[in-house]
Design a protein around this ligand. Structure first.
Ligand code: SF4
Length: 193
């Protein structure tokens, strides 16, 4: 909104120059006028969300063929360092993003859940590929029919396997959710016991 002599006076500015009819705004008044376009304002919550999206650290957790595609996102071709995410952590206590890449056998479900429980909040989960999302082609007694049966999933990435670009798209969508103030999936849906 552009300010002028009249609006400055109306806003309570008692400067002699402002009150002087026909004189026009001085340097100070002109600076006030441009202040709104030169100063960036935000809220603490938005600043924290922005910082979180610029430093999500994925847990090192590859299960099957999809994991090969996941590993390639740290390469120079895809360069996930652009998002401050190249530091895949070997300890869940230092990670806040679990990328479930590959089919999850029933035997693996308990360790997966244990790793998720050891991650600090806030934390997010990406189900990468058809197998992690729904069991994929492995509709049998050995494979969990969707990892969302044991952990709350924030983003599903389709494909068999999804290309690294698809995983990058999932990561960008997750960042958009966080920036928009959408809470993590465990807050929305709760966590199965
Ligand atoms: S979705 Fe396809 S590529 Fe990924 S783990 Fe399953 S079979 Fe392998």
């Amino acid at each position: 909104m552009a300010l002028n002599d009249k609006s400055l006076a109306a806003r309570g500015l008692q400067s002699e120059r402002v009150q002087w009819v026909g004189k026009g705004p001085g340097v100070f008044e002109r600076e006030v006028e441009s202040l709104e376009t030169e100063v960036g304002l935000t809220t603490l919550a938005k600043a924290v969300a922005w910082a979180q999206t610029k430093s999500m650290w994925p847990d090192t957790f590859g299960l099957a063929c999809c994991a090969i595609e996941m590993m390639s996102i740290v390469s120079s071709r895809y360069d996930i360092a652009r998002f401050g995410m190249e530091a895949f952590r070997s300890s869940p206590r230092q990670a806040d993003l679990l990328i479930v890449s590959g089919r999850v056998s029933h035997k693996m479900a308990a360790p997966l859940r244990q790793i998720y429980d050891q991650m600090l909040e806030p934390k997010w989960v990406i189900a990468m590929g058809a197998c992690a999302s729904s069991g994929g082609m492995f509709n049998n007694y050995a494979i969990l029919q969707g990892v969302d049966r044991v952990v709350p999933v924030d983003i599903h990435v389709p494909g068999c396997p999804p290309r690294p670009e698809a995983l990058m798209e999932g990561i960008v969508r997750l960042h958009e959710k966080v920036n928009a103030g959408v809470p993590p999936a465990y807050e929305i849906r709760g966590v199965a016991e």
